[in-house]
Design a protein around this ligand. Structure first.
Ligand SMILES: *Cc1c(COP(=O)(O)O)cnc(C)c1O
Length: 469
């Protein structure tokens, strides 16, 4: 063994102790760590011939790279839809690295850690009130989940014409309908060879809504004259957390032949709360669903899962199987994750979620969801009270979409947000909603409190005053 490696091996406990101590220091100080910084590094560092060993590498990391880190898992990072990491999720994440399983088979093929993934999916189905007719697995994020689900949808579409697109390529025009798809679904259409422009934009409901207009949807379906199509629907749009009407879509599914996909990246967690579960009523009739765990479930990146109805497993295998590697076995006889997802080798990505669900239970997550939504309302009210801001959309769930009050201030929005984000006190995301420049704050982090809202409102006032001086 290389002598530096040998030294590290002998010193393993000390190395991990130092790392643990550093982690605790960071997490205990998270509230005071800026949500943005402009620190930089010269990344032309030369590779050393002789290794430094873990502790010296840690020292260099602390001196040069740690200053790049921002408090994205802290209580005032409201940009995009960014979750934090609960204690249990960090336990699971650490142990995932320590056990370092390649999670594949459910029947002995060396290891069967995939059974833990099955158990975790089963727990998630219970949390979300979804039936066991869904099979699921973990991928890196909602983008890959959308890709996985729409990949199977593409294969299903070919089958309607007796064709195997996975084997022979796409030879039919694939009809895709959506009203307000997330950019990652459009990216998936591009990656799948369907084409990012090749979907029909269905109208949204009149008024301040991002949800699909069912009448326009049905009209477009009728225009297809019985041809199949793929529907990408939304459970929680990023701007205004709007939901398509899943009961109405369920009724259409009884009449027409289509693959129904739901992007429920964060909005799916509405199902956990009695107050909000009406938003997703009827979603169990979908063919596939995307859900992120690194957002509202508050586990570390990268964690999301797909749910696809068991009746489509054969199509899923056709799409993702390793067909020219006989040593991987017959995919229909032996369930292996590498035959149903894009990745082949995979870490035990389910473990942080397993720990979280066991540690906090249904009530823990219901509390996180309801706390987030009440904080969103609280923040919205504080904005209105202040008088300098206006909401661009009603607050349905956990996202607040707002802007500076008055059309004449539209050209100040970007400057205001840049200056606000530069303070490092809070981080929010720019957006455009109904042709207005706006700002988005998303509440998903388990640590956020009313006091954080107070701190942010104070800072917003200060930043705004400085802008008008
Ligand atoms: C965040 C998000 C995505 C993309 O998720 P990643 O985890 O970043 O890949 C897709 N859809 C919706 C609705 C989202 O909120």
């Amino acid at each position: 063994m290389n002598s530096v490696l040998q030294h590290d091996l002998n010193n393993f406990e000390n190395i991990l102790e130092k790392t643990k101590k550093q982690g605790i220091d960071f997490l205990n100080n998270l509230e005071n760590i800026p949500t943005s910084n402009k620190n930089s590094i010269d990344y032309s560092r030369e590779l050393n011939e002789l290794g430094l060993g873990s502790l010296a590498a840690l020292e260099e990391f602390n001196a040069r790279l740690a200053p790049l880190m921002v408090a994205s898992s802290g209580p005032r990072y409201w940009g995009f839809v960014t979750g934090g990491s609960t204690p249990a999720s960090i336990v699971g994440d650490w142990l995932t690295s320590i056990y370092d399983q390649n999670t594949q088979a459910v029947k002995a093929q060396g290891g069967v850690s995939a059974l833990i993934e099955f158990e975790t999916i089963n727990l998630l189905l219970q949390l979300l009130g979804l039936p066991k007719s869904f099979l699921g697995g973990f991928v890196t994020g909602a983008t890959m989940s959308n890709f996985t689900c729409l990949g199977v949808a593409r294969q299903w579409f070919g089958k309607q014409f007796g064709k195997d697109f996975a084997k022979n390529g796409i030879s039919e025009i694939i009809h895709v309908f959506s009203a307000t798809p997330h950019s990652s679904s459009i990216k998936a259409l591009s990656m799948l060879g369907i084409g990012s422009q090749n979907y029909t934009a269905i109208q949204t409901i009149e008024g301040n809504r991002e949800a699909i207009d069912i009448v326009d949807l049905e009209q477009n379906i009728k225009n297809l004259n019985g041809k199949p199509f793929i529907l990408i629907s939304s459970a929680g749009t990023v701007n205004t957390a709007d939901y398509d009407d899943f009961e109405a879509i369920s009724k259409l599914k009884e009449k027409y032949n289509f693959w129904w996909h739901i992007d429920a990246a964060f909005g799916g967690f509405a199902a956990v709360s009695e107050k909000y579960k009406h938003y997703v009523q009827g979603w169990e009739n979908a063919d596939s669903i995307t859900i992120d765990c690194h957002k509202w479930l508050n586990v570390p990146y990268e964690s999301a899962f797909y749910l696809i109805k068991e009746q489509h497993t054969a199509l899923q295998i056709e799409t993702f199987q390793n067909s020219n590697a006989p040593y991987l076995g017959n995919p229909l006889e032996n369930f292996n994750y590498f035959n149903v997802v894009p990745e082949n080798s995979r870490r035990l990505r389910a473990l942080p979620v397993w720990f979280s669900l066991v540690a906090y239970g249904r009530e823990g997550f219901c509390d996180i969801i309801e706390k987030s939504t009440s904080l969103a309302l609280h923040f919205g009210n504080a904005l209105i009270e202040d008088g300098s801001f206006e909401l661009l959309a009603p607050i349905r769930l956990n996202n607040v979409c707002f802007t500076l009050k008055g059309g004449e201030n539209q050209d100040k929005v970007s400057d205001f947000l840049t200056k606000l984000n530069d303070t490092g006190i809070v981080f929010m995301t720019p957006t455009v909603y109904q042709n207005k420049k706006g700002i988005r704050a998303s509440f998903v982090n388990w640590r956020t409190t009313e006091n954080d809202i107070k701190i942010v409102i104070e800072q917003m006032k200060e930043t705004l005053n400085a802008l008008y001086l």
